[in-house]
Design a protein around this ligand. Sequence first.
Ligand code: B4P
Length: 191
Amino acid sequence: MLNLVLFGPPGAGKGTQSEKIIEKYHLVHLSTGDLLRSQIQAGTELGLKAKTLMDQGILVPDEVVIGMIDSKLSENEKAAGFIFDGFPRTVKQAEALDRLLASYNESITVMVALIVPDEELKKRLLTRGLTSGRPDDQNEEKIKTRIHEYNSKTTPVADYYRQQNKFVSVEGVGEIEEIFEAICGAVKQGA
Ligand code: B4P
């Protein structure tokens, strides 16, 4: 089973590359951003609480996202593997993911980190904001908050996987197809 964590700052291309990875490896896509946005769209209590935080660019509480991943794993017990996109974003989430996978006798195979400079991230997110309708893409202050959240709360997750010898980094600037090839190479290296 291939269980891949696709890691990187907001706008690094996780969603973009996930689509290509799923097609090639037939993995179940678990994007906590997408899961939260569908809760918002459905108008659930969870969605309403998450919206306030997401619109500001702040991470939602660990318990909320861990609970969502827990139920998605149990719904997909027969999957060939998973791609975790935008999760884990804190060390607490990474520890919880290890525990959840262990309960199925599974573990993370590899973490692939997309490396993209802050200026490029800001440019991409502001461009996406012109058409995405996402409130968190539409102003520079919110984007700054998201990058700050990433630097303070999420970067330690890379060390967590580095200590397990599961960390591989890939240059995330360039043609989408070239980056995808590099990710496939990293998967081979880590598997
Ligand atoms: P996410 O939905 O995960 O949003 P993201 O980080 O912006 O997405 P991504 O990196 O996938 O960007 P994309 O490929 O689309 O999170 C949103 C919010 O949800 C968070 O701020 C937080 O509040 C909450 N949340 C989610 N998960 C959470 C968790 N685990 N814990 C707590 N809170 C959580 O790429 C962006 C743009 O770049 C696109 O327009 C794309 O076309 C472009 N692009 C991609 N690759 C490119 C390339 N090679 N060259 C040029 N442009 C490129």
